[in-house]
Design a protein around this ligand. Structure first.
Ligand SMILES: [Zn+2]
Length: 338
């Protein structure tokens, strides 16, 4: 089969790779319906994370069950399934507590920009839809599996409640999906921090009530102006840089919360500053599996359309161009179809 392999920063190739096959009795193999390029794939692409050996890429997928291992009883070939970038048995203590992305048997998916994908712990990881959804829903379901699930977790971790004010730091696909999440969870005001007009438009379409284009301390000052001088109830940090985290912590009111879901790079939090801020802080890899049934339902009933974050669709064999377009910010997020 063929799939995307990174050889060095900037060097993504679509080439022959090892066939996806059942290795454990708890595995399944799926045929990819659609996959995509993630903002976090740009860290190794840009050389911000080292690539010591060439390796496959991709952790987002929806697809059709092709084959299941002997211990998988809840899935059968032909079903359409949605999963997550983190696998989970969905039975251990952490899974039962709703933190499936800390499953004691967790594996991180890393081979999904390919024609077929092996899914470990398939029974706990995958959720099958009722029948095969219409193709127009596939981008939305793919968003559910990663960027929307992560934006949802940002809103959960930042404790967005009905009637509250939420600030979203970051206008990538996760940030835009975090706008959807804050609105769906009942925030009355959703302030999106974005400097890019096309992304501002999508944020407004997704339910943002205000846009703040300023960054850093200027951005914080604007948030304070908009919130009676004290800051927001909830701040959803969807970038992972030191500047974004600082901006998030300073934008929350005393007693407010920050949910941080961007993979941190060079972020350090000052203990004394956090102590005196009275701000709650929670983050980590999103427990997407917990949210899957609810989010799949919201997409298939048409109440949300997170698939709009995909503004470029390419055949899978043009995956290298998909990376380039995102790296050069010509695309928010690239959808890839085998
Ligand atoms: Zn588990």
């Amino acid at each position: 089969m063929r799939g995307a392999v990174i050889h060095a920063p900037g060097d993504i190739r679509y080439e022959t790779v090892d066939d996806a096959r059942i290795q454990q009795p708890t595995d399944a193999v799926i045929r990819t319906a659609v996959t995509c390029v993630c903002g976090s794939d740009l860290w190794p692409y840009r050389g911000a994370e080292p690539t010591e050996h060439s390796h496959p890429m991709g952790h987002e997928y929806v697809g059709f069950v092709e084959e299941v291992g002997s211990e998988v009883t809840g899935l059968r070939p032909g079903q359409f399934v949605v999963g997550s970038f983190a696998t989970s048995d969905n039975t251990c203590a952490n899974c039962r507590n709703g933190f499936q992305s800390s499953c004691l048997n967790r594996e991180f998916m890393s081979t999904c920009q390919a024609e077929y994908v092996r899914i470990p712990h398939a029974q706990g990881t995958l959720v099958a839809t009722d029948g095969v959804p219409d193709e127009r829903f596939w981008p939305g379901l793919l968003a559910v599996s990663d960027v929307l699930g992560t934006g949802w977790w940002a809103a959960d971790a930042a404790e967005v409640t009905p009637g509250s004010t939420a600030v979203v730091v970051g206008d990538g696909a996760v940030g835009l999906c975090a706008v959807i999440a804050a609105k769906e969870r009942g925030a009355e005001r959703v302030i999106a921090m974005s400097r890019h007009e096309s992304r501002q438009q999508l944020a407004l379409e997704f339910g943002a009530t205000d846009i703040v284009a300023e960054r850093g301390e200027e951005g914080v000052a604007r948030i304070k102006e908009l919130t009676g001088g004290i800051g927001a109830d909830s701040v959803l940090e969807c970038v992972g840089t030191a500047q974004a985290m600082r901006q998030a912590l300073h934008s929350a009111r005393p007693g407010g919360s920050v949910g941080f879901v961007g993979m941190p790079h060079g972020v350090a939090v000052d203990g004394q500053e956090l102590f005196f801020s009275h701000v709650g802080l929670r983050g980590g890899p999103a427990p997407v599996r917990r949210y899957l049934p609810d989010l799949i339902d919201r997409v298939l009933t048409g109440s949300i359309d997170p698939g709009k974050v995909f503004d470029l669709t390419l055949p899978l064999d043009q995956v290298a161009e998909g990376y380039r377009a995102m790296d050069e910010r010509r695309a928010i997020k690239t959808l890839l179809a085998p």
